[in-house]
Design a protein around this ligand. Sequence first.
Ligand code: ARG
Length: 227
Amino acid sequence: ADKPVDEDKQFIVMGTNAEFPPFEYIAGGEVTGFDVDIAKKIAEKLGLELKIENMQFSGLIAALQTKKIDFIAAGMTNTEERAKSVNFSQDYFEASQVIIVKKDSDAVKGKADLEGKKIGVQLGTTGEMEAKEIADATVESYDAGFAAVMDLANGKLDAVVIDQKPAEKFVSKNDKVMILEEELTKEAYAIAVNKEDDALLDTINQVIQELQESGEYDALYEKYFGE
Ligand code: ARG
């Protein structure tokens, strides 16, 4: 039990939801992105092959608890509520929720204007939780964040609440929408493991620390977030 993974295992399984560029997205038929590159380092450290299970974001924690996957790397925000069900690594990315609106409408200029509005979010996310706190708002939950942004562009929503970096990618693909300056939250992403997998958690923390100390983290940051 003090080994990071079972001795007879050849691979380690990352669970993710590849609807979240640039952390995880499909390119050339493969799941790729910032989180995938970190996961490859984790697999390398363990001397195992990396397998990726791409699933609904809202199903990831249950998949971890039932050991269908070994860890979650999915731009997942480290929250107290989730920490009751999983163990989180050290934080590896500072994030925030932002509001996306249509350029040709000034109905929503900031958080205060979201009251009573129709807001699109991704199912099971902190953006969804945040939107549900807003008085009289109607919250529409989508499997994929980009689908919400498309509905916003088509006039079916008043706003979308989603993480900043994916928001920037989505907005760059649709010139009818833009991101408001006012941020809704400050949060941080961490990798989640099963509550029983302490040795794996130690290894993951070690990898994150090594990436930061060696400068590899900065190189990855530049690769995915640089201009
Ligand atoms: N950071 C948000 C959360 O933890 C959204 C993450 C969505 N990630 C994804 N791969 N779709 O709830």
